[in-house]
Design a protein around this ligand. Sequence first.
Ligand code: SAM
Length: 441
Amino acid sequence: MKTTFLERMQEYLKDEYEEYVKTLDQAMYKGLMVNTAKCSQQFVKQYFPFDLTSSKFSPNGFLFDPNLKVGNHWTHLAGLYYLQEPSASAAVEALDVQKDHWVLDCCAAPGGKSHQIACALNHTGFLLSNEIDGKRANTLMSNLERLGVGENMITCSSLEKLIPQVKGWFDRVLVDAPCSGEGMMKKHEIASIEWSKENNIACSIRQKHLLDLAVLALKKDGILVYSTCTYAIEENEAVIFDFLKKHPEMELLDANHGKMRCGIPYEDLEVKKLIRIYPMDGGEGHFIAKMRKKEETAKSPIKRIKPKKIPQEAIRFLQDQIDLDMNLTEINSKIYMRKNDFIQLDVPILREGILAGEIIKNRFAPHHHFYMSSLLSHHYQHVIDLNDEQLKQYLSGNVIMSPKKGYVSCQYHGISLGFGKGDGNMIKNHYPKGLRNSQTI
Ligand code: SAM
């Protein structure tokens, strides 16, 4: 094991070091965040297959036995929760998202924090989830699709390109920064990594750069939360100290309120306001700082997408399928839906609201996202309630015998898992091929 890493942990933790070392032999904490935009905590507790205990980091967070797997359980496939290590939720709690806020999640994949933000917004405001890495951005998109998040936009951009287009617009900005990840390591990983202080410093240079850009997106009184899952002072307290020195328009707010472990003393930083989490505290390692912008930033001219004539096939489909009026737009034959306006940005956009479907050869082909949306969940007009056996058949990609005709939302206990198309005899399965699994529990 790299003694330098552990020596430094000993220096940080002093009397608690032995306790920390014991945690390195234990499994990672496992938890979930309830998708409150889709269902209640009570509903998850009723159908989740294992015991749940409350998390101390979020009122919607729960822990379960780390040796158990639930990825193939219908409650997960239906997007009733996001599987997340419990302390990761503390950063979004600090962000204090309110209804109608505009929120920017700068480093969003795989999407746990964007999901939590979407729940807090509850179909109001605007969430921009950005991820620089294309592969990870696709994972973000499929996670948010399963969770039924829709009042948002997913972009795959560098902050250098994105931020100048959104200056001064956001009430909340989250920088859940790429870091050295020391807080997510167990004994075998610590033994194998090439840990070095140089890597901590290289990470800190990138983190400061991301913060310098992210802060520009904030409006006056807007809140910026910076978080990492590492212990190194260089990537945590030192980053915040340097950032505040460089940005007198920002002030440090109290993210902690004496409830959790605070930061490690560093220069004259008010470390009581910071949050540090160690495995002894009930979750894996995290660091959180919360700041407020005291000054106005001139706004970039954000363009709204002008209303377009939507093809009749799409209108007819939507009028037949849901009893809800939404804003619609067409981009490259794809029809998107939002409650609020559509925003135009000159960066690669992966999703813009709910993807309702696509016009293919003068026909409207609905998309899985449409039938997973938490906003639309109580508005589908054509539904089939699957029984236990039909649920298994549906999730495995098989047909369902039913006299229904046309497109239907395939539901279990009132929750949509996707869709199919009936011919009066059977329902052809449209559950995405990449998600089909005969091993469902
Ligand atoms: N917030 C995410 C969540 O809750 O699921 C986890 C984010 S992870 C700690 C950091 C992310 O930042 C990674 O997905 C990484 O690809 C991304 N990243 C790395 N460099 C970046 C950059 N220069 N700009 C934006 N994102 C970056």
